[in-house]
Design a protein around this ligand. Structure first.
Ligand code: GDP
Ligand code: IMO
Ligand code: MG
Length: 423
């Protein structure tokens, strides 16, 4: 399989978790390289449903090693809860199947509190964050005042560093009129989590380098999606990490020339959770999908906004990620439609745009230009072979792949492993 970077080609929740789980069969190591527990990756194994937030989705297959890379921001309490939650479901996370980078940055309660406070202050220009403290933690990393896993698990060093950071942030919280964070109870929680996590912590950069020298197959599990990227997304309505393929190198220490392929995952339509522009947003398809009980956020339970497939956006995603291959998921979501629309350009200020504009305010004013496709109006969730998909369905999928500019290689017609076709 070689080394494959998997990224979301839209606004997150493309079905990356499901595709990662399927591809993990051929991988030796699965690595998360950015984001934190803002992610929610859903995987079904038989009747069991798992929602992974920080732990790579590869954890569900035995004999594989999962890595939380240096580019991730790690909430130790969230991670310990996730490990315990998986144990209850019969999945045992041990230092043999999970390795945590010593240089990943640590999320603290003040980061979450500041995340919430900033949102309140933004009023109707809020981002709609997951309130997991992601932005403030990456902010501290960039400002060079963050604490890393290496600090957390150093029992001699941690209490003093913790107190210093807590006091500084409590001053900020008090100035904002917010509740300060309690020293003793949080230190106790973090010390308990540090004790639990210490055996998992290693120099993952060296470990991954040695694995590539041995010829191991590494799968890089992207979180969020291209248009939530801090550089390439619809700024400021983005997350705080590089969700695009370059983030896989910086977030793991595996250099670009050791990467073999980039796979983009996209839905057969478009969704977004949180605020910010979504040019192809459409009430009809939103009602249809929500009516089917679909498109509710895996992390926050919020209703996802839905729209038609946006080929302008995915073409841009193919460009900035270098997408070679596409996995299209949730094809079955369109099964009941007689006609399907695809956004092929944007119209704004009397102009037709074929590229996504950089200014989110301009993007918010863009009107979609649609091309119509015949629907297939028949269930696809029971189909297991590409040749058996209805002709209009195959035509639609090949067309959106061609518009995106990459080769269609996986089609998914349901959340289960077996509802996956390889071309
Ligand atoms: P991720 O964040 O990219 O991993 O995606 P999420 O797990 O947040 O959201 C994708 C949702 O779609 C999950 O509920 C998956 O179980 C589900 N899913 C993935 N592929 C398919 C598919 O082909 N059909 C259907 N019906 N559901 C799918
Ligand atoms: P997965 O990996 C969808 C969105 C939030 C908000 C913005 C910033 O499951 O695809 P943050 O908490 O990161 O500061 O929020 O990004 N967001 C996601 N949307 N899927 C995700 O992850 C997301 N992670 C963050 O809704 O709009
Ligand atoms: Mg998700």
């Amino acid at each position: 399989m070689a080394n494959v970077i998997l990224v979301g080609a839209q606004w997150g929740d493309e079905g990356k978790g499901k595709i990662i789980d399927v591809l993990t069969e051929q991988a030796d190591i699965v690595v998360r390289t950015q984001g934190g527990n803002n992610a929610g990756h859903t995987v079904f194994v038989g009747p069991s449903k798992y929602v992974l937030h920080l732990i790579p989705s590869g954890i569900l297959r035995s004999g594989k090693v999962c890595v939380i890379g240096n580019g991730v921001v790690l909430d130790p309490v969230g991670l310990v809860n996730e490990i315990d939650g998986l144990a209850k479901l019969g999945v045992h996370v041990t230092p043999q199947n999970l390795v945590i980078s010593e240089t990943a940055h640590v999320v603290f309660p003040w980061h979450r509190e500041l995340d919430g406070q900033r949102e309140v202050r933004k009023g109707n220009r809020k981002i709609g964050t997951t309130k997991r403290g992601i932005g403030p933690t990456y902010g501290d990393k960039a400002a060079r005042v963050g604490l890393r896993v290496i600090d957390l698990v150093n029992a001699a060093r941690f209490p003093a560093r913790f107190r210093e950071r807590l006091e500084e942030n409590n001053e900020i919280l008090r100035a904002l009129g917010a509740q300060p964070i309690d020293h003793d109870s949080v230190l106790a929680d973090y010390t308990r989590c540090a004790d639990r996590l210490r055996p998992f912590v290693a120099n993952t950069v060296v470990m991954l380098h040695e694995a590539t020298r041995r010829g191991a197959n590494i799968l890089f599990e992207g979180a969020q999606g291209t248009f939530l990227d801090i550089d390439h997304g619809t700024y400021p309505y983005v997350t705080s990490s590089n969700t695009t393929s370059g983030g896989a190198s910086t977030g793991s220490g595996v250099p670009p020339n050791r990467m073999d392929r980039v796979m983009g995952v996209m839905k057969a339509y478009t969704t977004r959770v949180g605020e910010g522009p979504l040019p192809s947003e459409n009430a009809e398809i939103s009602d249809l999908l929500h009516g089917m009980g679909r498109e509710f956020g895996a992390t926050t339970g919020r209703m996802r906004r839905c729209g038609w497939f946006d080929a302008v956006a995915t073409r841009h995603a193919a460009m900035v990620n270098g997408i070679d291959e596409l996995a299209v998921t949730n094809v079955d979501g369109l099964d009941s439609l007689k006609t399907i629309l695809v956004c092929t350009a944007y119209r704004v200020d009397g102009q037709v745009l074929r590229h996504i504009p950089s200014d989110a305010e301009v993007l918010a004013r863009c009107e979609p230009v649609f091309e119509e496709f015949p629907g297939w109006d028949t269930p696809t969730d029971g189909i297991r072979r590409w040749e058996d998909l209805p002709v209009p369905c195959r035509h639609y999928l090949l067309s959106i792949a061609q518009m995106t500019g990459a080769r269609l290689s996986i089609v998914s017609v349901g959340p289960a492993r077996e509802q996956t076709m390889f071309l």
